[in-house]
Ligand binder design. Structure first.
Ligand code: ADP
Ligand code: MG
Length: 344
């Protein structure tokens, strides 16, 4: 028994542009475990699909390669197993269990914080499996560099191989995920409701799923289709408060103005290009969004498809420039006024 949940498969994981690499790498591992990307670390915030992707690897191997022994555990189970084995003076059975794995999948290793003897044990398990070319994959809710209460030598094992980052899905992917979940449950939901949900629930896939579950349950209860009004009413507590009412300025208005000011395309600001002018325009759009809307840096990051630290960095950079250069300060003020007047 590998403790895998068969619902987690590659087929029903929908990658977006940002997570495509992680998705394809996980698939490559599943096809050739222990060969190329060993060990592998999948990290990212809560509800972004770490467990789903990890178990997809396990389920794929169990199906295509049933001779391989797959073990999936959470770090919590690993810890409890280890403690039990000590209490029952049966450390060898613990070792045998984990070291006979061809593929060891350990979920949520941040749980091992400050658990130094379990970390020791994992360190030895890791070394044995690694030497024998057995595949090891970990997940963690943050980059390893941000883990506290871990031995350095274990941290260095976690990051030795391939590191994959999962980030929040973009709008189109949120729509695709919602549609796929509706299809899987054989329910139909109006496109207007799907768009409303995808526009407003940007945090993670778990929240997206939770909202859908709420609506489907409600729809069954009242035996009617979900209209946009019903969705708005039912989800109002789940959807984070919109921006302050008097300044209802959308990010797209800001991006549009900044793009025309710099004479670049809107798509370039949200895109990946790193030429000086586009980078300047992007930083400015991020800075102005933070200054004149109520969006959090995380929400801004979701919009611009960048992580939280990149957003903070852009804001700090423009802030610095503004202080050092009065021309820039004047240009920023004028842009801000334009945006505000166009939003009235
Ligand atoms: P994590 O382990 O990162 O907290 P999970 O893997 O438990 O997140 O994902 C939360 C829920 O969202 C699960 O039901 C999972 O199937 C679903 N999910 C996450 N990412 C995706 C995705 N890209 N496509 C489809 N479903 C997803
Ligand atoms: Mg998880």
């Amino acid at each position: 028994n590998s403790y895998l949940n068969p619902i987690y498969t590659f087929e029903n994981f929908i990658p977006c542009e940002n997570t495509n690499f992680a998705y394809n790498a996980a698939k490559a591992i599943a096809m050739n475990p222990g060969i190329n990307y060993n060990p592998c670390l999948i990290y990212g915030g809560v509800g972004l699909g770490k467990t789903h992707l990890l178990q997809s690897v396990g389920n794929y191997i169990e199906k295509e390669n049933p001779k391989k022994k797959v073990i999936y555990v959470t770090a919590e189970t690993f810890t409890n197993d280890f403690i039990n084995s000590l209490q029952q003076k049966n450390a060898s059975s613990f070792r045998i269990k984990y070291r006979k794995a061809d593929v060891l999948l350990i979920d949520d290793i941040h749980f091992l914080q400050e658990k130094i003897s379990t970390q020791e044990e994992l360190f030895h398990t890791f070394n044995d499996l690694y030497e024998a070319n057995k595949q090891i994959i970990f997940t963690c809710d943050r980059p390893i560099s941000e883990l506290k209460g871990f031995t350095d030598r274990l941290k260095s094992r976690f990051t030795r191989g391939l590191n994959l980052n999962l980030t929040a899905p973009d709008y189109e992917t949120r729509v695709a995920i919602l549609k796929k979940k509706c299809e899987a449950q054989n329910v139909r939901i109006f496109d207007s409701v799907i768009s409303y949900m995808a526009e407003n629930i940007k945090t993670n896939v778990r929240d997206l799923e939770g909202s859908l579950t709420t609506l489907i349950a409600y729809s069954k209860l009242i035996k009617t289709n979900i209209t946009l009004e019903i969705a708005q009413e039912q989800l109002k507590n789940l959807i984070s408060a919109p921006m302050a009412s008097e300044q209802d300025i959308s990010i797209s208005t800001i991006v549009k103005e900044v793009a025309s000011y710099y004479n670049v395309e809107i798509s370039e600001i949200k895109g990946k290009k790193r030429t000086a002018i586009i980078k300047d325009a992007r930083n400015l759009a991020i800075y102005l969004t933070r200054k004149i809307t109520q969006y959090s840096t995380t929400e801004i990051g979701n919009y611009f498809d960048r992580d939280h630290s990149t957003i903070t960095h852009s804001i700090d950079k423009v802030d610095q420039e503004r202080k050092q250069n009065s021309d820039i300060a004047a240009a920023l003020d004028s842009l801000e006024n334009t945006i505000k007047s166009k939003s009235k």
